[in-house]
Ligand binder design. Sequence first.
Ligand code: DP6
Length: 402
Amino acid sequence: MPEDSMDKPNIVTCTAPVNIAVVKYWGKRNEELILPINSSLSVTLHQDQLKTTTTVATSRSFQEDRIWLNGKEEDITHPRLQSCLREIRRLARKRRNDGDPAMDSTGLSHKVHICSVNNFPTAAGLASSAAGFACLVYTLARVFGVEGELSVIARQGSGSACRSIYGGFVQWIMGQKDDGKDSLAQQVEPETHWPELRILVLVASAERKPVGSTSGMQTSVQTSRLLKHRAESVVPGRMEEMIKAVRRKDFAAFAELTMKDSNQFHATCLDTYPPIFYLNYVSQQIINVVHRYNRHYRETRLAYTFDAGPNAVIFTLQQHVPEFVQVVQHFFPPETNGGQFIKGLPVNPAAITEELKQAVGLEPMPKGISYIISTKAGPGPCVVTDPTQHLLRSDGLPKETV
Ligand code: DP6
């Protein structure tokens, strides 16, 4: 069939990053709008190591909205997907009705095809919904010519996704309003602010997480008094201190706040009834290694944080990376014939002293960690200008390679 130029799809591809919270979001005051009970703060990870890529196509010839995630067609009627699509279309219509001359309104009534992939294994248990929804909203906004505060829309896909709309150090201000218009993300400092900061993701397990964050936090809000105390009396002060530590690049202060906040989040999980366990034995041993390492040097050189799963995320400064990676390799020896143990930013080999080994003093746990992703802070979502990178063909279906 000859292709009418009117039927030629409008195709846009963008990428978006993963973020890791150092002051955790846990608990909603409004489930539908995804409004949190406390503010949170995160570091955006570099997209060279971890990113979602999304292509959105619109065409007059598409019969219905469709979505493919990591090669598989998924249900577009999912309420959170629908919230994001509805909001973007509403804002695009508003812009047209306000008479913006820059607005090309031809595609407004067209259906969309969406195709999204991660460059990291979903099975590794790394939060993919944050990058996924941030990328979806950012790409849809480009396609429909929507400008303005995209974090408010990404938030309605997944709470933590609002922080992936910006690079560097990002706070999600909880807001007060019932309609959620003031519950948005803001950059605290750009990714260039603290170039020595390094982030190591220690992939402890390939299992899927036992309790998802959405339902886990629901039970916590219903049953944990510790969570209420945390949200009301701990997080407000901690947010201020964390912002100060980031601005001053005070690693010791940043690291201690990060560890204490992770520990309190997991304490609220234990205070939830029935309790939720995200940390496993390997996670606990990593916590021990970090504290013993810091004590050995009489200086806080490392920090850990854990989300709703057993993987550890370690923060440190560039100069300490080679030695710490060697410590991990020593106490969690990888499979000799397994794949690459260190992925991402290259890490120089280093030796560790007998004193340090003794100070850590653990029984080695072979294969406790499957691999490490070495990364740093990175930028927010980007548009991909090379059309060969689109994930959808001009007929709106996924390319064979997806
Ligand atoms: C532990 O953003 O995945 O990673 O809003 O229900 O989609 P929903 O939850 P989600 O929760 C993330 C929780 C966390 C902490 C954090 O990222 O702040």
